[in-house]
Design a protein around this ligand. Structure first.
Ligand SMILES: C[S@@+](CC[C@H](N)C(=O)[O-])C[C@H]1O[C@@H](n2cnc3c(N)ncnc32)[C@H](O)[C@@H]1O
Length: 334
């Protein structure tokens, strides 16, 4: 099969969304078999869209690295989508919807009287989602800009009005719940959005997620002179345990139906000459916020790689990171 990919602007002008499909032409988000990746442009580049052949050529190495990881992607959401079990007339709120690829996939399962609304705090993610949506023929799907840690009176009246059958969130709550002072507000917002008996279905990074890389990143910052307190504050994530999440939900008025962690070691792509794949590539892509705190980014990345070398490398030379997913289903108690 020939894999083609369409490129869309994403999060910032430094990122692109690659939508792979077996067809040319229309965006394929939401269609069976489509695989969506985000990739970061090298900082020195600031591509304009539509991308030139030169930009596309310069992305080839990134494309190859992501393509190598493609087999993981459909598996990543299979279980949580099974738990969501979208019904044709469902009204679903998607928290931290990102570029909307998954939201559109869910929209495919809804009838014209069903509805899914994606909320995200990133203007460019919402723009990308709206553009992809307008190119599709979905009429039951929309996207609004909204910081889910902070709802105004107007946005509360619009979204947190007990009108949703289901609230869904994938790979976003470990960002949204980052600040201790707004964690309760987020869970209360989900509760207020749902109809009585409505269902909250989520998957996120759980306790211990990528723990080895997380620890090495903290050590790299501290070795660079950043205080331990500041190093911890630089973390963009909160990875709660099953117990924390269960308590938080129950205290807010949910009955927890499922709460499970899955340890899912994930094989890194092979490293290339330019360090685009492998551990170095992963760290530069995923932990950019941590690296903003150091004086010498390359040295910090090398530090992380040196610390982790023997921990993440198997006898056959492949390298693995310990992903931990936390998944849950909770019903709003009446
Ligand atoms: C990894 S993406 C996941 C996107 C999508 N759910 C998916 O599965 O492809 C995480 C998203 O969470 C969003 N996000 C982070 N903090 C947020 C907040 N406070 N409110 C709303 N969205 C937020 C980010 O902008 C990003 O689009």
């Amino acid at each position: 099969m020939v894999i083609v990919f369409n490129l869309y602007r994403s999060h910032t002008s430094e990122q692109a969304i690659l939508i792979f499909s077996s067809r040319h032409g229309k965006p394929t988000a939401g269609r069976e078999g489509s695989l969506v990746f985000r990739c970061q442009f090298p900082r020195r580049q600031n591509p304009s869209f539509p991308l030139s052949i030169h930009d596309i050529n310069s992305l080839t190495h990134i494309f190859q690295a992501y393509n190598a990881a493609a087999s993981f992607v459909p598996k990543l959401t299979t279980t949580v989508l099974t738990y969501l079990d979208p019904q044709p007339d469902d009204r679903i709120l998607d928290i931290g919807c990102g570029d909307g690829a998954l939201t559109l996939q869910i929209a495919s399962a809804l009838s014209s009287s069903g509805q899914i609304l994606g909320l995200d705090a990133s203007p460019s993610m919402i723009l990308a989602a709206q553009q992809t949506c307008s190119r599709s023929n979905h009429t039951n799907c929309s996207f609004h800009l909204q910081d889910c840690t902070r709802f105004s009176k107007e946005s509360s009246a619009k979204y947190l009005n007990e009108s949703w059958d289901k609230v869904f969130s994938n790979a976003a709550l470990h960002w949204i719940l980052r600040k201790p002072e707004t964690r309760d507000d987020v869970i209360r917002a989900v509760h207020s959005a749902l109809k009585p008996d409505g269902i909250f279905v989520f998957e996120m990074g759980g306790f211990g997620n990528c723990g080895e890389v997380y620890a090495a990143l903290l050590a790299a910052l501290i070795a660079d002179g950043v205080s331990p307190v500041e190093a911890r504050q630089r973390s963009p994530w909160f990875f709660p345990s099953e117990e924390w999440m269960r308590n938080a939900l129950e205290e807010t008025g949910f009955e927890v139906i499922k709460m499970e962690s899955e340890y899912r070691p994930t094989k890194l792509t092979a490293s290339d000459d330019e360090d685009k794949g492998g551990l170095e590539g992963w760290v530069k892509l995923m932990a950019a916020q941590f690296l903003e705190a150091v004086r010498d980014r390359e040295r910090a990345v090398q530090f992380v790689a040196d610390i982790l070398q023997s921990i993440i490398t198997k006898h056959d030379g492949t390298q693995w990171i310990g992903y931990v997913r936390l998944r849950g289903v909770a019903r709003k108690r009446t």
